[in-house]
Each structure stands twice: as C-alpha cells, then as structure tokens.
Design a protein around this ligand. Structure first.
Ligand SMILES: *Cc1c(COP(=O)(O)O)cnc(C)c1O
Length: 365
C-alpha cells in the first residue's frame, strides 16, 4: 500500500485563484478580505464578533492581555494541553496552574478546575482535545458561580457541535487555529470569537499595536494581524468545512465500529452532549506496553501515526521551572502514553481506511 498520511488538507484551485486575485488587487495586508473572513466566521459560529489573527497562539496571548492577566495572577489550564496557552500565561508574568483531566473524554472537567481555584485565579482555560468539545455548560456555570472568565482553546474543534450549536459562543471567548494540520487552514492563522463587546473592542486594539487611530498607542499591544492573502485562502476553506467534517464523521464512526469488538483498543468516547466532534484527530487508546510496538508496526506498513503532545508537566522547561513530577497529573500522563493518532482525512477513502483497520486489528489480536 502507498503511504497513508495522518492527515491531508483539501486545498485546490479555488484557494489558488482566491490568493491570485488578492495578489493582483495590490492590497495584500489586513484589509477587506480579513473583514469578509471574520464576517463569515461570525455567521458560521453564531458569535456576535470574530477577530482574525496571525496564528492560534497569538489569539490566546491577546485574550490574556485583554483580560488584564498580569504579574501574580493565576490561570488554570489542563496539563494535557498544547504549549500555547501555558506560554502565553508565562509571557504575561502570570502563573499557569495545571490540573488533570477526565479519563473517559480526556478533556478537563469542572471539578478538575474548581479544585484549583484560589483568590489569585484570574481566568481558566479549557481545551477541546482532538476536536471533542468539553462539557461547556458546566464551565459556564463555574464561571457564573465564581465570576472567573472562561477561555476556550478551541484550536482543534472548529466546526464541532455542542448541544446543537457550533462551537464559538459557549465560553466567554474562544480561540481557534488555522494552522496547516487543522480542519480548515490558512497556513498560519487564528480567530477569536466572542459575544462580549468589551473584550472584542479591546482585542481589536491589541491586535494592531495597541493603536486607536494611526500612531496613537493607548494600550500595550502587538502585531497580531492576519493578511488578506491568508483570509482569501480561509474564505475558500470555510466553504468546504461542513462537507469535510461530515465525511470525517463517517470515517470516525466506521473506525469506532471496527475497533469496538477488540478488547485491546479503546476508541474515542463521544458523550451525548456532543452532536459532532470535529475529529481533528482520531485517537485510539491502547496498553502502554503496546503503544510503541504498534506504532513501529504501522510505520513499517507505510501508515503514518502520531503521538499526542506530551502533557505540559513533563515538558523540560516547565517541569524544571515549576519543579513538577511525572506523577502530579496521572491521567494526563496516561493519555500521552496510551494514545495513538491514526490517519483520518475527508478524502482517504474506504480502501485506505480498511487497510489501516486490518493492520491494527491483526497486530492487537
Ligand atoms: C494548534 C493548536 C494551538 C496553537 O495554534 P497555532 O496556530 O499553531 O499557534 C493551540 N492549542 C491547541 C490545542 C492546538 O491544537
């Protein structure tokens, strides 16, 4: 069998044409196309406001700036997270307070976060792991009970549906990424959605060097802008999202059905409050002892796999700086050591999928 990659984006003539038109127009930096892309994202997610930025990490950083997170503040975030939110917290001089996650959904729970709240807590961050929405309503409750702002790192869940609504309005503010391996991409890119007008207005200033009017800097900001080139690309990508995600749902359901008979494999769990995960990744859980051997086997068969990102508490820099121990967050560690991401992309087709299934099932018989 030819090489089967873990993911493969749908990029075609439409994107090429859209970028060509922007180049020909003579305006390539942030302009009309960015605004159009934002309006479309706003329509798609149902959020009152959408703000485009140069990548997902920037959106998280900008959100923390907008929420006045600074020296001495604490922000709670799961250890099973990508490094972006943690580093953004550190850049603001605040302290990331890590917590563990649920063994069933792999997402953080209200209890995980609630247990870490102190009088220094200025915000908490949830992460939609692999594109599975967290149980948003429970965090919304927690935020209402405590007055602590709720930030969602939705980088992996664009297009996912929670309780019959697209992701983008459930938390106070959502951060999305359009990096090349996400469900829709602009190469590098990010988007914030929110219904909060104040946060939106601040973010708009922060994105553009803290300027209100040309060269009038009222705020400590940065250059977090997206280009019209990226936005034009993203507009074409957005047209494809529902078809792409529905295709991925079919693939995921077929995987889950095929693996559920094998007691050595745990397929991803989809709770009933999720109508549609975005299936950014499809990750099976296997015994820790067979994780690496299975990956080696699949590699030999030309099937690409991925390990998830290691939890933050075992990252060399963060482990040292905060004197963390491996056993501090056992569920996060267990996920890292038992997950295998396997190929899932809209156009992979039955033949390739059957080959992946058969190779996994025969190895774990
Ligand atoms: C991709 C990703 C990000 C960061 O996005 P970039 O656009 O690469 O900066 C943040 N969090 C999670 C969970 C991600 O998967």
């Amino acid at each position: 069998m030819e090489f089967i990659p873990i993911a493969s984006p749908r990029i075609g003539e439409e994107e090429a044409k859209a970028v060509y038109d922007v180049v020909k127009s003579g305006w390539i930096s942030m302009g009309k196309k960015v605004k159009e892309f934002e309006d479309l994202i706003s329509d798609y997610t149902g959020a009152n406001y959408a703000l485009a930025m140069n990548n997902g990490t920037s959106t998280l950083h900008a959100i923390l700036i907008a929420l006045d997170i600074s020296n001495g503040d604490e922000v709670i975030v799961p250890s099973l997270a990508y490094i972006s939110p943690i580093n953004a917290i550190l850049y603001q001089g605040a302290t990331p307070i890590l917590c563990d996650n649920d063994p069933l959904t792999y997402n953080v729970t209200k209890e995980n976060i609630k247990n870490k709240i102190t009088n220094k807590t200025k915000a908490f961050v949830t992460v939609d792991m692999k594109g599975l929405p967290v149980h948003y309503n429970t965090f919304k409750e927690l935020s209402e009970e405590t007055g602590i702002p709720f930030i969602s790192d939705s980088a992996e869940s664009f297009g996912a549906v929670y309780k019959n609504k697209k992701i983008g309005t459930q938390a106070d503010v959502h951060s999305f990424s359009f990096f090349a391996n996400k469900n829709i991409t602009t190469g590098e890119g990010g988007m914030i959605t929110t219904n909060n007008e104040n946060i939106y207005k601040k973010l708009k200033i922060i994105r553009n060097q803290g300027q209100e009017g040309r060269y009038n800097h009222t705020f400590l900001g940065n250059n977090f802008r997206m280009t019209d080139i990226s936005a034009a690309f993203g507009i074409e990508q957005l047209k494809k999202i529902d078809n792409l995600l529905n295709q991925k749902v079919k693939i995921a359901e077929k995987y889950t059905k095929s693996f559920s008979k094998n007691k050595n494999i745990t397929p991803p769990y989809v709770p009933n409050y999720v109508n549609r995960p975005s299936w950014y990744m499809y990750s099976i859980t296997v015994d820790q002892e067979v994780q690496r051997p299975l990956i080696d086997h699949l590699t030999k068969k030309n099937i690409e796999t991925r390990l998830s990102f290691p939890p933050v508490h075992i990252q060399p820099y963060h482990k040292n700086r905060f004197d963390l121990k491996e056993k501090d967050f056992p569920e996060a560690l267990k996920c890292y050591r038992s997950f295998i991401d396997i190929p899932i992309w809209a156009d992979m087709g039955n033949l390739k999928q059957d080959f992946v299934v058969n190779e996994i099932l025969s190895f774990l018989r």
